[in-house]
Design a protein around this ligand. Sequence first.
Ligand code: NOJ
Length: 557
Amino acid sequence: MDEIPGAGPSQASSGQHSAADRDWWRGAAIYEIYPRSFADANGDGTGDLAGVRARLPYLRDLGIDAMWFTPWYQSPMADGGYDVADYRAIDPLFGDLAEAEALISDALGYGIRTIIDVVPNHVSDQHVWFQQAIAAGPGSPERERFWFREGRGPNGEEPPNGWTSEFGGRAWSRLTAPDGTPEQWYLHLFAAGQPDLNWGHPDVRREHEDVLRFWFDRGVAGIRIDSAALLAKDPALPDLPIQPLPGEHPYVDRDDLQEIYRSWRRIAEEYDGDRALIGEIWLPNPDRFVRYLRSDVLHAAFNFDFLTAPWDAEVLRTSIDTTLMMHGRVGAPATWVLSNHDITRPVTRYGRADTGFAFDRKRYGTPSDRVLGERRARAAAMLAMALPGAYYLFQGEELGLDEVEVPRERIQDPMHFRSGGVDPGRDGCRVPLPWDGEKPPYGFSSGDVDTWLPQPDDWASMTAEAQSADPGSMLSLYRMALMVRRTHPDLGDGSMKWIPSAPGVLAFQRGDSFINITNLDTDPCELPSHERIWLTSAPLEGGRLPANATAWLRPSA
Ligand code: NOJ
């Protein structure tokens, strides 16, 4: 049994559970807040920062170390705030800068750090730079901060190249001059309201470095970097090669990015050495992925390989092994994620025939076995929390919320519209949280309002209040598991070793006193020799661990 090299100092030596620890991000439990849908204090049907402030005791009781906010800045909300109009202002829907500062400081009082989202690949089409670029016209310096080009074809009616948007459709839109004549095209890898920035332009670099300082000065502990592998472009904007070599794709994972993030790292290091940069990096090649995690680049990145893996012991084992080996090489901690604001909710996903996740496989009406899905989601959460590294959870995951099929006429997600209505989009995991009561808005809003996305009528038993009273609920499981994770000296950052188990079973040990065993088989399995059971995701059956369940044990001495 080889010890799988940890990704750095063990928890015991780093003391990671102390609030003052510089390396907190290596083993933290980090809770993602989608502010529109967390809690609405002003009663307008949309969540806000005052709502989060009022619920900080809930987050403390849940046992998290930090919260990550998806963008809270001023935005026309063409993509749920990922279209930023002004980085130094909070969107009025959510509050104002003073409210954000108060939130950051109140949260610290509860031992909770704040991570914010920065979206460097693009801005909103309402951002002052883009407005200036439109007004200044073709050939102007203002346009050089973006990717404006003439169209192809005799009248420029064809886009400059054949790139497609990550949301579907073409990645270019054409402007129309005030007199109605068609004008230049601009690049947007996402929605038309999200023009891509030109990272070859010095203003773009300077501005983002300033934005980092602006928020670090206000006490934020970390930055989640949106679409972190897409910023740098080949300025020739060539059509996509059939099979680009690593680093040679015209806009994915280009080598220039390393130096951009090195400069961000230097800024982060100016602040007490405890600020973290966490990349949203979707790359299938693990060698390329971990280049971003070298000690002078980013601190951590989301582990999408694990997140998208199906409920299959061998696939998960391989994902865990590859993750730990690759992160170990660069000394970075792994991250374990089961859901976020872009991904189908775990209880729904794990109850389907296809338990993996891929954006292009999302369809309406995919059947899901709720009971099975919930069992697996409970087991998966404990598995993920037991692995070495940091654990990220998305609001509502701890309540076991399902993916909601939002009625088409209420959908807001541009992914749905740009797919021609084929893809249900991502709103199904963004529905406002149910806090208490019997019917919508379930305590989400202070008033009796229609929430920005409708909540289902059958969520009365899913509210935080109802689940708090039930020791068998998903919320109770998360509270207990996070408490064990927080207090057990062998959990969080560190190393693990596999222990022998039947096929279909994942069993590993952390330190001397902790075993995780997860049964992905169809039959119950024997537990390894143990002297104590810390927690199980489902009741044992005759002393054996049933299918689709996890147990945490103290091994026999
Ligand atoms: C990734 C974010 O998670 C997603 O929600 C957003 O739509 C895109 N980046 C574009 O910013």
